[in-house]
Design a protein around this ligand. Structure first.
Ligand code: UDP
Length: 318
């Protein structure tokens, strides 16, 4: 297939572009380089520098493609609560432009980066796709609304989609082919790496009084290359006639903040200084994906299930 990867110079997008190429697809990357980086581009791919808010440029780049993978979005939860306008325009308007451009250019299949944030604070810890959708931040709200727009465009314009609801994306390409480190990440593992590199003096652990075995929050950390392989399978299944779907992507295994620190210490052989800080607003105690639906519908299986192996892929590029 000829696939336009929108946001393909970014952290997850560059891994998706690589996985698509490895499966024999032809990739064009469309990215405005606001958080994506040129160093993440592959010379085999056509690169178009452009903004999804520029509808003409988007249609121009999309012409002749069978499918679109859409990963271009703002994704900082805190920022989305302070500056919802940015998220309305970039995430919602940008996605509507992509859907309209697909109708205009005849691209049929769409794989969309959604998020576990669509579930909010579920009252169970193992989350399947039937869990009520109840985002508690504006970022999660935009992802859910876009899923609803896609359902309508499927019904009205026959655009077939898969929304992939990522749990906690971590890691880097183990072959070292993707060299751009994520910039300004506010997530746990990149912050621990900044502590190791001396950029921060310590890790603040947000809460150690949660109802979990060690008191710290538990998350489902999924390796970015496993996320990437799911995008390829989703596109291929759509082309084979699979109906539109929303699918969780996670390992089904939880790791606490303390366990993550221990994994980094084991891999690096160094001590990570930590301090305990109050709970961060909006953090559920435990979030683990049931990804059985992705496994059965896509035949997808994460290759990385061991947290130390995941950490190794991060440590080796730092
Ligand atoms: N966390 C932490 N200290 C930090 C950053 C994150 O204790 O400096 C915790 C956070 O409270 C959560 C987990 O690490 O329980 C994962 O947070 P992250 O922001 O990476 O992802 P989220 O689960 O919020 O999407």
């Amino acid at each position: 297939m000829k696939v336009l990867v929108v946001g393909g110079a970014g952290y997850i997008g560059s891994h998706v572009a690589k996985a698509l190429m490895q499966s024999g697809h032809t990739v064009t990357v469309f990215d405005n380089l606001s958080s994506g980086q040129k160093i993440n581009l592959f010379s085999q791919n056509v690169f178009v520098e452009g903004n999804i808010l520029d509808y003409k440029a988007l249609c121009q780049a999309m012409k002749g493609h069978d499918a679109v993978v859409h990963l271009a979005a703002k994704k900082a939860v805190g920022e989305s609560m302070e500056n919802p306008m940015l998220y309305s325009v970039n995430n919602i308007s940008g996605s509507i432009n992509i859907l309209n451009a697909m109708v205009e250019t005849g691209a049929k299949y769409l794989v969309f980066s959604s998020s576990a944030a669509v579930y909010g604070m579920p009252d169970k810890s193992l989350i399947d796709e039937n869990t009520p959708l109840n985002p508690i931040n504006y970022y999660g709200f935009t992802k859910l609304e876009i899923e609803k727009f896609m359902q309508w465009y499927d019904q009205l314009k026959n655009i077939k989609f898969v929304a992939l609801r990522y749990f906690n994306a971590v890691g880097y390409d183990a072959d070292g082919d993707i060299r751009g480190k994520e910039i300004n990440s506010q997530n746990l593992l990149p912050i621990i790496m900044e502590v190791l590199s001396g950029k921060r003096s310590e890790l603040k652990i947000f809460g150690n009084d949660y109802p979990t075995p060690d008191g710290t929050c538990i998350r489902d950390y999924i390796h970015v290359s496993d996320l990437a392989s799911a995008h390829v399978l989703a596109l291929e299944k759509l082309a084979q006639g699979m109906a539109s779907q929303s699918l969780n992507l996670g390992t089904g295994k939880g790791t606490s903040v303390k366990e993550m620190v221990e994994a980094v210490e084991k891999v690096s052989g160094r001590k990570v200084p930590v301090v305990y800080a109050p709970r961060r607003a909006g953090d559920p105690a435990i979030l683990i994906a049931s990804a059985d639906k992705a496994r059965s519908l896509l035949g997808w299986k994460p290759a990385y299930t061991d947290i130390c192996k995941i950490v190794q892929t991060v440590y080796s590029i730092n």
